[in-house]
Write a protein that binds this ligand. Sequence first.
Ligand code: C5P
Length: 318
Amino acid sequence: DAARPNAPPARRTVSRSVTVRVPAKVNVQLAVGGPRPDGFHDLANVFLAVGLYDEVTVTPADTLRVTASGPGTDQIPLDATNLAARAAIALAERHGLAPDVHIHIIKDIPVAGGMAGGSADAAAALLACDTLWGTGASQPELLALCAELGSDVPFSLIGGAALGQGRGELLTPVPVGGTFHWVFAVADGGLSTPAVYRECDRLRGAAVIAAPEPAPVLLDALRTGDTTALAAALTNDLQPAALSLRPSLRETLDAGTHAGALAALVSGSGPTCAFLAKDAASAAALTTALLTSGTCRTARAAAAPAQGAVVVPTPAEA
Ligand code: C5P
């Protein structure tokens, strides 16, 4: 550095940073039990990871810092309450380290959309920091940390398809025997997950709620890759609550159905609507129809199952 004769010799090594790519999810079954004493609900929650991804990059820094780019990121907290920041802090604490990293999130998963975007970023940050710091956490340790961060975070780490029980964090992988083609209609603005669960309880009133159980026909449809059978088996107990809080979602669901979707349902706690298509060509046509329907902010096609959180090789390693 000719301008600064006393500067240390420039190190031209690639700056150490780790990027993790992580998928969104759709719930193909979301059976919700009654409220538990801890405020959560017991679930039979069949997660399916879909090919819409966030990318989380961690780089050593003087202090913990979070930045984000992409649609809807103005709604994301960039302080230590960000779920990705909390993941870094939890892993650092466990290993006696300082969580001094810059976390940058490139968002493609709808924010507050019922597709586990925040959970995905937490799982990605955890894996990225584990890789950056060489903490070498085992998969069970990572999954336990994920479960502390949120009910959907463990699934974001493993991807594929899985049955989540308890509050959704106790996972059993589910085999998938084919590719499913989905279209997601993204709404303007998000829905608060706790508010949707509260509305679900309110709508149920004093009704006696059965213990949630996974549906064998749904698991069979996933295992055999049978799109028609999966379309007939999709259920979401949170859908009435999401529709009650956001009645316009009915028009979005109807628009997809009229445009040829095999099935239409709210994704998780919403407001994203999910449509199952017969094949990739139908999904493309459905995406176009939804984009021009005026019932959503945007529409995206994505195939499933998608791989869980994975470290993206840097250009030098690729
Ligand atoms: O676990 P997570 O932080 O993602 O949950 C967000 C909120 O969703 C909880 O605070 C709770 O209100 C609701 N929830 C629930 N039952 C679950 C999962 C989430 O009531 N099984």
